[in-house]
Ligand binder design. Sequence first.
Ligand SMILES: *Cc1c(COP(=O)(O)O)cnc(C)c1O
Length: 381
Amino acid sequence: MPHSAHPTARAWLDVDLAAVRHNAAVLRARAKAPLLAMVKADSYGIGATAVCRALGVAFRDQPPRADAPWGVGIASLDEAETLRSADCLGRIVCLQPLLPPELPRAAALGVTPSLHRAADIAVWRAMTSAPYHLSIDTGMARAGVRWDRVAALRDAVAAAPPEGVFTHFHSADESLPSRDEQDERFAASLATLANVLSPGVLRHSDNSGGIASRVQGSPGHLARPGIALYAGMFDQQLGLRPVVHLRARVIDLRDVHPGESVSYGATWRATSLRRIATLACGYADGYRRHLSNAGTVLINGTRCAVVGRVTMDMVMIDVTGVPCERGQVATLIGRDGADLLTVGMVADAGGVSPYELLTGLSQRVPPVYHDALPVPVAFPS
Ligand SMILES: *Cc1c(COP(=O)(O)O)cnc(C)c1O
């Protein structure tokens, strides 16, 4: 994707929505199942409304596309409210447990809650005939009914059968034995409830790691990718396209002489005459302080090292020998020319998770959405 020159911003996020759509298609094909696309945390910092629109979810002014996800997943009712306020009409499932006092708001917002306690299921059914999904904990130990305790829910489920039943993996991409153990526990739970669940109940378990770990598709009726939609992980393995391109302007340039230091704490010193550029992006923008003396930034498709500590509003890079002018656009994450700094590469360099890197991008970095761009097969450098 060619980078845009934002008219005013010192730093911004070019977001390739066509790439989100491409990634959704890849994941759907790999999972062999419709998606419950995870758009929690504002679509991992990218913008939930824009992502839902790009994926073809129904909005008041936009009929659902044929390849739209089955639904979208969120973690808080405020996130659902944001989508509904933007006239989103699509199915919204809250995967995080809600407390009983939140259930009326979920019903009012048309959100499908995850429930796993008999009393909550009864409260929900007394309030509405709308669907809910039953949450089963098969080893994550975070939310849901333990797999070996589902029998206690038989009466509640018989009285109000769920639309879906799901579980969540703790290490699907790292350990196939752990995934298989959770698969087995999930299957055993479903068997225990077999005669009270409706035959068409929607089973789902696969997050991005789960989808990536399967060779023959997901075992469920739906798959729930998050990070992979945004190419934060599994991008090389699955052929996903980069979505996020963090840009910042060069706002100052100087020569630094041998022995002189750069930035707070003087953690970096020049050993020869160096040309140092200052970029208008710092940790308050989401360019993590962990990238101090460790990050890499693209200037005209050339890799330049971060020197010294990342500061709140600015970061310095070594552009010695690289043509670089004030006002020029640097790429801190994403593609510039022929080179690409993936979310995974930048996260690794800083020793943070790709999830934290994406969700840590701040509001000070306004998103600029691009869509319907031609597939970027090759780029001029
Ligand atoms: C966040 C989340 C997902 C998506 O996980 P990724 O690793 O980002 O693909 C799926 N299911 C549940 C229940 C989640 O909380």
